[in-house]
Design a binder for this molecule. Structure first.
Ligand code: HEC
Length: 137
């Protein structure tokens, strides 16, 4: 394989052949760090959540169907009843207001690809657009 550059993702040295792959790997690796700093306390490292307290992110239908709202709630928090994979949750989530558009894109690239699902990388343009439409609670 003809490597343009080596990057470290998930502690593994990976070879990347196009600049698109490279950007993906960088977002993914950075997203993992941010996820483990800001989110995994509640949603757990494996994204499975915790019983009826914290909803899962792995395979979350809520995240898929409410993509822009999910970006807003990561930054601004949320409350009220929501349903994730057929289970009702109703516990406020504090937001992380310091997260930038780039960091949100990195976290989303991580959580939509980390646990067995494959998704295009989430771009800065997408998170920036979503944040314009947020109504902070
Ligand atoms: C203090 C615990 C806590 C932390 C930290 C936390 N969350 Fe949450 N999260 C929750 C709870 C509780 C809900 C359900 C909110 C409700 O019932 O309205 C939730 C809901 C969600 C949802 C929508 C439901 C779903 O499962 O798809 C997403 C997406 C989400 N959180 C992502 C994140 C991300 C990304 C981070 C890190 C930036 C994060 N959360 C940090 C507790 C937390």
């Amino acid at each position: 394989m003809n490597c343009l550059q080596w990057v470290v993702a998930s502690g593994l040295l990976m070879c990347c052949c196009t600049s698109k792959d490279m950007k993906f790997q960088q977002y993914f690796a950075q997203g993992q760090n941010l996820y483990e700093t800001h989110c995994s306390n509640c949603h757990q490292k494996n994204g499975q959540g915790l019983g009826r307290l914290y909803p899962p992110l792995a395979g979350s239908d809520y995240l898929k169907n409410n993509f822009e709202a999910s970006i807003c709630l990561m930054k601004y928090g949320t409350s009220g009843e929501i349903s994730v994979k057929g289970i009702q949750f109703n516990k406020p989530m504090p937001g992380v207001p310091s997260l930038t558009e780039l960091e949100l894109a990195e976290i989303l690239t991580y959580i939509t690809n980390a646990w067995g699902e494959e998704h295009e990388m989430i771009t800065l343009e997408q998170t920036s657009q979503a944040l314009k439409n947020c109504t902070p609670p």
